[in-house]
Design a protein around this ligand. Sequence first.
Ligand code: C2E
Ligand code: CA
Ligand code: CA
Ligand code: CA
Length: 279
Amino acid sequence: AKQSNNAKVQFFAPEMEAKEIRLLKLESDIHRAIKQQQFSVHYQPFVDLKNNRIIGAEALVRWYHPKNGIIYPDQFIEHVEKLGVIVELGDFVLLSACKQFAAWRRAGFDLEKLSVNVSSLQLQHPKFLERFRHILQFTGLPAHCIEIEITESVLVGDAKRTIRLFRELQSMGVRIAIDDFGTGYSSLNYLKQYPINVLKIDKSFIAEIIDASPNSGLVSAIIAMAQSLRLDIVAEGVENDWHVHYLQQKQVNIVQGYFYSKPLPPQDFEQLLETPNLP
Ligand code: C2E
Ligand code: CA
Ligand code: CA
Ligand code: CA
């Protein structure tokens, strides 16, 4: 028995160890990254199709790892949440983005919409509103410029508290957007229950638009529903002419995607703002 136990251990241990070591390494790297400010914010433009103009941007966090180079949020956000440092990271993103946007506006760029992803743990933090107000005060960015992107997972918590928080934010002028709409498990119920301003159509639905036929697919149903609920719509993952033409036909005017630009570091975004002609 002893022998076979050993065999088992020998067979499985290296793999498990490697995985655990990787995770421990990632965890200590995240703590160090927060301390050493290895995170930075990139900006992906929102384009208004009515005049082909950049009206704002979504802030997307990046990790400049000293050894591994640039790491994308899908690789670390989940761990940042588990480690309980999402509030720190979230504050950093919000502060950097508001500071940058306020500076661009002071420099004369006509930017009216900064969208920031806020995770549900961050939003549920008792001091969220207080910290948020501080950041606005400190940076001087008007609240009406800010859109907070949340996912459907926020809406499964304490509904009363969340509704109160949304109303408080909205009374300041902040807008609430549902990100990745249609990919979560929640029902359509919450669209009536929660005060929401904007619905972001997930890129997976946009990818289904393969020609300009106006009533095919889920995307036209989502657009019709959002319009009947009088929600604003943002389409993400716009990658080609088809997508643009389709959305234009449907009067969905605010779009983002690789067709216009990937998320860019601040200097590159600023250069894009100075470029006279978008595609
Ligand atoms: P998301 O909020 O749904 O952001 C959109 C993602 O799609 C971004 O990935 C963006 O780079 C990518 N994307 C943009 N245009 C296109 C396109 O035309 N085609 C395709 N295929 N993809 C496109 P990214 O930057 O890697 O971010 C991944 C996710 O990480 C975000 O998804 C968001 O959920 C999360 N995230 C990013 N920054 C933050 C943050 O500061 N805080 C929190 N809590 N989450 C963040
Ligand atoms: Ca988002
Ligand atoms: Ca999204
Ligand atoms: Ca996403």
